[in-house]
Design a binder for this molecule. Structure first.
Ligand code: GUN
Ligand code: ZN
Length: 428
């Protein structure tokens, strides 16, 4: 037996990409609206009077002036790095060796993996993020842990075993064969179980042999409905290293392309230092880039080119713990700042869209998450647009919704998250 609930507040709904049309024309705003939810799914939304007429007898939860949006979608993060977020003073390769690999080595312990998986998802929910694509560690136990934590909370989780068979410590290396076989077994166990989706996950070209990339390319070819996630052109030292390790490759992207790891369902994290060929090829394939703005600056990688938003499929992500925040609000603020340095002022509609439907499109899941469309999961965030005195005094001057929400994008944190719903269930 199910019962319809109307969730009341300000409602903001996109009906197109704000990178393909004037941003304000792609959104509909009901200042007194409602989202109808039943059985964990969105039935529809609209002005509150119309929704009451359409759903007589529905229960109501009223968030007042709270802004109801689809829950945020974090398209690239590393849950095993939660406990080492904000580690001081290193750039990518030293950061991996000095902070990341020692921490990831602990995830063969299922109890520790479960502790950090649960902690991560609770932090994400507190920040309004309702689904995520996460790397795990080389340990199959780390994959079980995040999917179990997701299932316990009803969350849609995309994740996979991080594969590395070189340039990593002894206790963090698999082989081409074991990476393939362990990934295949985890895929069989988890892919499509409830809201779990398996993602084939070679960490990046420097930590895989060509044989391992080839084996994972074959696995992807056998399971073409899966996503594949990896890193691409993040830091200049890394580019030099990749060129040394793969002397025959035309460029960084070619190290993936040559081994069956370039496809429309591929997620390429960072993509900061791209060549013209790489840009053109990524468009041609329809592959997704994932912009991780707090990580661009925190580990000193460089600045994502904002012109890519108009040409490529782009998701938005925290990259925790190379990124410095669990919050997609802080991540939107960083995206705004980085685009400003690139000569582009992203509109608030564009920022909110990137954190919801943009990331969902990167995951090829825009019918399921990151949207208020009827039939999608009722994964929602409700933002308090006056969550601190500093934000409230600026929002009080706002002349329209965009001015009202932008101070929360720029200055908001978990205090701005008034409520979060996962499959229609209130989580706080
Ligand atoms: N490149 C390879 N592994 C990682 C990682 O864990 N974080 C970041 N930011 N970049 C990477
Ligand atoms: Zn990453």
């Amino acid at each position: 037996e199910t019962m319809t609930t109307l969730i009341l507040g300000q409602v903001l709904k996109f009906h197109g990409s704000p990178f393909e049309a004037p941003p304000e024309a792609t959104a509909r705003h009901d200042s007194r609206g409602a989202v109808a939810v039943d059985g964990g799914r969105i039935l529809g939304h609209g002005p509150v009077d119309a929704m009451r007429a359409a759903h007589p007898g529905a229960a109501e939860i009223d968030h007042g002036a709270g802004l109801i949006l689809p829950g945020f979608v974090d398209a690239h993060m590393h849950y095993p790095q939660t406990a080492i977020i904000a580690s001081w003073g290193k750039r990518l390769i030293d950061w991996l060796n000095g902070y990341t690999f020692p921490e990831e080595a602990r995830f063969g312990d299922p109890a520790y993996a479960a502790e950090i998986a649960g902690r991560t998802l609770d932090l994400m929910l507190a920040n309004g993020t309702t689904s995520l694509a996460s790397y795990c560690t080389i340990h199959p136990e780390s994959v079980d842990a995040i999917f179990e934590a997701g299932a316990a909370r009803g969350m849609a989780v995309w994740a996979g075993k991080t594969c590395m068979d070189r340039n990593a410590p002894d206790d963090l290396r698999d082989t081409a064969q074991s990476a393939h076989d362990d990934s295949a077994a985890l895929l069989a166990r988890w892919h499509g179980q409830g809201r779990a989706r398996y993602v084939i996950t070679p960490r990046f070209s420097p930590t895989s042999t060509p044989e391992q990339l080839e084996a994972l390319g074959a696995l992807w070819a056998a399971h073409p409905d899966c996503l594949m996630q990896t890193h691409l052109s993040e830091q200049t030292d890394e580019l030099v290293w990749v060129a040394e390790l793969y002397p025959e490759a035309r460029d960084y992207l070619d190290t993936y392309e040559a081994h069956g790891l370039l496809g429309a369902r591929g997620l390429y994290g960072h993509a900061i230092h791209l060549t013209e060929r790489e840009r053109a090829r990524l468009v041609e394939i329809g592959a997704a880039l994932v912009h991780c703005p707090t990580s661009n600056t925190f580990i000193g990688s460089g600045l994502f080119d904002p012109s890519l938003f108009g040409t490529h499929r782009v998701g938005l992500a925290t990259d925790t713990g190379g990124g410095s925040s669990f919050s997609m609000l802080r991540t939107m603020a960083a995206a705004y700042e980085i685009a400003q340095l690139g000569g582009t002022a992203l509109h608030p509609a564009q920022l909110l869209w990137l954190a919801t439907e943009g990331s969902a499109r990167a995951l090829h899941a825009e019918d399921e998450v990151g949207t208020l469309a009827a039939g999608a999961a009722a994964d929602l965030v409700v933002l308090d647009l006056a969550s601190t005195p500093a934000i409230a005094q600026r929002a009080a001057r706002a002349e329209d919704l965009w001015q009202a929400v932008f101070p929360t994008i720029m200055m908001g944190d978990d205090r701005a998250v008034a409520q979060v719903y996962v499959a229609g269930q209130a989580m706080k």
